[in-house]
Design a protein around this ligand. Structure first.
Ligand code: ATP
Length: 883
């Protein structure tokens, strides 16, 4: 019987998979990629263009329209039938175009945020796309990674993996490397394996890829997972819901038009049927969900260029509504480029460059040895806090490499943001085993009982502790990040057992190091911008209260540190939910917090009805990122787990980018409102025109005319409105509030009055043309009047597109012509609309007559009136707002 990988020794697994401790060679990788394909789970396949085109005809209304057109064609009205077919086909083509564009944009979103893995190939560590992994690859793991394929573990240093997705067990499993003898172990017990899509929560390790893609354990059940299903966003859902509601309303009106037309006005059954159905097809905003999706998706592309990668489409909308941004300090508000400024040895503070080490200097040793920095030809890589310590020693010409060689590491206790400590256990040349520990001052002092004072070790006194805390305070007030250092001689240590944090006790205190982490230069301005936009910035940090306060003050997050506006994690722990909810408005800085505190902060604000954005980078930040309305991951320093839990990822880790993204979110939301207002008021105008024409027993616009107006004036300008530039005041208004939607802020009222206005102006022009005919021939009075109504309805919509460029602001500014695509969409729409009248060959098909200049003037007047009335209403609204 074939053995499982978990039953075999690591050497045997390496051999079986034809790999080595140096990893695969480039040619092996190439060969295997050909054989085994990409490491990805099968996704639902996209529909082909032809399938999408056919799907457009599945709409009941369209089917009825086609049937009616066929009957009309047979019974003699060939021109109507032709136009209807043309419109139906063009409509379908637009539908396919919009859908494809939306799909492509969503696909692009996915590709922007693909997962990466660190592998060892040809003896070198490389970062590659996880989809390019092949069996036999060596994958390096650390806390926060998502396991990219199924792995047999070759190394494990306190490695813990949370496998809930696969086993349902939410507590992380401790991993090891030794072979397991049992034949049929359940997945949860295969302790030397790591499975695709599970999360490393702690420690470090390395594994060899045993299965990729659909061959992995998760691949086997992928078909059952709902993840691959295409999800509809809440936004699209509400828009689809709205479209359905409007469809029912419009259908009801169409039925009334049909009944009144046939029964009261005695118009022929077929003619009325065609009119009613054309009305329904024209007025039902079936393109609305696609326009919303396209606008959002195009917004994400702009954001990507500005370094904010959107992972979930609705985030674009929510971003614009953000009221609170809770940001990590290190790396987001600051540069995460640390450098050592000051050192403290019992009772003296020393400026970094003046530091003179002693023969066996425990401070220097712990800086270098309790450190995971990799020294490569390209420079130092690793955690900036740690690289800063190595850099300091290199700058001072201290012998870093020699020390590392003399004290080889035998085990380590990795840093985690709960413990706030990191330790390394090393072996000296004389066989002594020593543990070096570094970490947050208060945490480390708690575990300390002795002090290394000028070459002698003695018990630590309360006075010592006080002095150390004072020194810490002094450094922190200068905005320095302070680390404490200690060591502990170990009598014996077996490298076979995993070290436990219990070892970090009875430490001997050595000294402190203060590091500067300068603010990002653009952040101060961004915080001011946020404030102007009604957005509150909060600082959340694992760092010391005083350091946090000093930086918050420099960044103008607070004016003065007080007991009220700065709170520590331990104070937070003592607060009840109710108390926290009551106090959050006054707190601006949270110091010494652990990731679980972040969830409480988010929830407290949410209970106050606020929309909260929260940043996070570590593995433990995932719950807070998920709870926040907008989870913001870090592209550079973020772990895969945190990025996966985020709605957007900052490619540059920069706070200022969040503000840029909010700006974009607001622009996109406003543009969708503009498109919706434009589209729905136009549809309402069409419905009202037809409805009253029928009720008043006037001539009725022909089906071809209705469909044509809808085709040429709706789609182009609406999409073009979606890519409008931001208005000057986007970041001057307050956030729109959690309860707002696309109809808030007066949009619904505008749609209604503007729709009524469009209908009234069209009917008005028709009435005028009948009352005061401007034509030499009396026979053509009705045909001319109808042509004028048709031209007016179309032109009004084009003029109204300009109104819609701003919902409240005037359009009589230079920016009115700043959207080239919009300008072209208006020109093309106007050409298509008026060619039906101006080109005699088309007149008969569209049932229109040629108009003279007086008649054109009236049509033009209708359009201009629309523009002027709406602008006047906006002006009055603005004046009223001032009071
Ligand atoms: P932020 O939450 O803004 O990113 P932070 O980076 O200071 O702040 P953590 O990384 O959780 O938060 O660090 C918390 C504390 O742990 C630090 O203030 C420092 O005292 C200590 N610390 C940070 N990095 C290390 C490390 N590599 N080794 C030991 N201790 C560390």
């Amino acid at each position: 019987m074939k053995s499982h990988y978990y039953q075999l020794k690591t050497k045997k697994v390496l051999k079986m998979l034809h790999s080595s401790e140096q990893g695969l060679t480039a040619s092996q990788v190439e060969q295997r990629q050909k054989e085994s394909g990409a490491n990805s789970l099968a996704e639902q396949k996209n529909h082909s263009l032809a399938e999408k085109f056919i799907a457009q005809f599945k709409d009941l209304m369209i089917i009825i329209l086609i049937i009616a057109a066929v009957i009309a064609g047979i019974t003699g009205d060939l021109s109507d039938a032709m136009i209807i077919f043309l419109v139906v086909i063009l409509n379908a083509a637009f539908g396919v175009f919009q859908e494809t564009k939306a799909e492509n944009a969503i696909q692009a979103l996915k590709e922007m945020t693909t997962a990466t893995s660190r592998v060892k190939r040809d003896g070198q560590v490389k970062v590659i796309k996880s989809s390019e992994l092949v069996p036999g690859d060596l994958v390096i793991l650390e806390a926060g990674d998502i396991i990219p394929a199924d792995l047999r573990l070759l190394q494990s240093s306190s490695l813990k993996i949370e496998e809930a997705a696969l086993t349902g067990e939410s507590l992380p499993t401790e991993k090891s490397t030794a072979p397991l003898s049992e034949a049929e172990l359940p997945l949860g017990d295969r302790e030397n394996m790591a499975f695709m899509n599970t999360n490393v929560t702690y420690g470090t390790g390395m594994g060899i890829v045993t299965a990729i893609g659909m061959q992995t354990e998760v691949g086997k059940i992928a078909k059952l997972l709902s993840e691959t299903k295409q999800t509809i966003t809440p936004l699209q859902q509400s828009i689809t819901h709205l479209s359905k509601l409007l469809s029912i309303l419009i259908l009801a009106i169409a039925v009334i038009v049909f009944l009144v037309g046939t029964i009261v006005n005695q118009t022929s059954f077929l003619a009325m049927l065609l009119t009613a159905i054309s009305l329904a097809v024209a007025a039902i905003p079936e393109g609305l969900p696609a326009i919303v999706t396209i606008t959002l998706a195009l917004g994400t592309q702009v954001m990507a260029r500005k370094k904010a990668l959107v992972r979930r489409l609705p985030a674009v909308e929510t971003l614009g509504a953000t009221e609170i941004i809770a940001s990590d300090k290190t790396g987001t508000l600051t540069q995460n480029k640390m450098s050592v400024e000051k050192l403290y040895l019992p009772d003296e503070l020393i400026t970094a460059k003046n530091y003179q080490p002693t023969a066996s200097d425990h401070l220097i040793q712990s800086m270098i040895l309790a450190n995971d920095t990799q020294i490569t030809e390209q420079g130092l890589t690793g955690d900036p806090t740690e690289t800063a310590l190595i850099q300091f020693n290199l700058n001072q010409q201290f012998k870093v490499a020699a020390l590392q060689k003399d004290f080889p590491r035998i085990a380590s206790l990795p840093f985690d943001s709960e413990r706030k400590l990191m330790s390394a256990i090393v072996k000296a040349a004389d066989g002594d085993i020593i543990m070096y520990t570094k970490g947050a001052v208060d945490e480390l002092l708690e575990r300390t009982n002795q002090i290394f004072d000028h070459g002698t070790i003695r018990l630590i006194t309360e006075i010592d502790r006080k002095q150390i805390k004072q020194a810490n305070q002094q450094l922190a007030t200068q905005a320095l990040r302070v680390l404490a250092f200690a060591y502990r001689p170990m009598e014996k240590f077996s490298s076979n057992v995993q070290p436990s944090p219990i070892l970090e006790n009875q430490l001997i205190f050595v000294g402190l190091v203060g590091m500067i982490d300068p603010e990002r230069p653009e952040v101060k301005q961004a915080i001011v911008q946020a404030k102007t936009a009604g957005i509150r910035t909060l600082m959340i940090t694992g760092d010391h209260k005083t350091t946090a306060a000093a930086i918050a003050q420099r960044l103008k997050i607070i004016a003065q540190p007080t007991e009220e506006n700065i709170v520590t994690g331990s104070q937070l722990e003592k607060m009840s939910e109710a108390e926290l909810k009551r106090r959050v408005p006054e707190i601006s800085v949270y110091a010494r917090v652990a990731p679980e505190h972040k969830v409480r902060i988010v929830k407290a604000w949410q209970q106050r009805g606020k929309i909260v954005a929260m940043t996070g980078d570590g593995v433990n930040d995932a719950p807070a990122l998920k709870t926040a309305d907008i989870g913001i991951g870090m592209g550079i320093t973020g772990t895969e787990v945190s990025k996966n839990a985020s709605d957007i990822v900052l490619a540059d880790d920069n706070f200022a980018t969040i503000i840029t993204a909010v700006h974009e979110g607001r622009r996109v939301f406003a543009n969708i409102q503009k498109a919706i207002q434009y589209l729905l008021s136009a549809n309402l105008g069409e419905v009202l025109t037809l409805f009253f024409m029928t009720l008043l027993a006037w001539d009725i616009l022909a089906p071809a005319q209705i469909l044509w107006i809808n085709l040429v004036t709706d789609t182009f300008p609406a999409i073009a409105l979606g890519i409008e530039k931001a208005e000057a005041n986007v970041m001057k208004n307050r956030p729109r509030g959690a309860k707002s939607n696309f109809f808030s802020n007066g949009v619904l009222a505008s749609i209604i009055y503007q729709g009524i206005l469009e209908g009234s102006l069209t009917l008005g022009v028709y009435w005028l043309a009948i009352q005061f005919p401007f034509h030499h021939s009396n026979e053509l009075i009705h045909a001319d009047a109808l042509t004028m109504a048709f031209a007016t309805l179309g032109l009004i919509q084009l003029f109204h597109a300009f109104n819609s460029k701003s919902i409240h602001e005037t359009i009589f500014t230079r920016r009115t012509f700043n959207n080239r695509i919009f300008n072209w969409s208006i020109i093309i729409s106007a050409c298509l609309l008026f060619s039906t009248i101006l080109i005699p060959a088309f007149n008969a098909t569209f049932k229109v007559t040629a108009l003279n200049w007086q008649q054109w003037s009236i049509v033009l007047l209708g359009g201009i009136l629309m523009l002027l009335i709406v602008e006047t209403v906006k002006l009055v609204q603005r004046q009223l707002q001032k009071f």
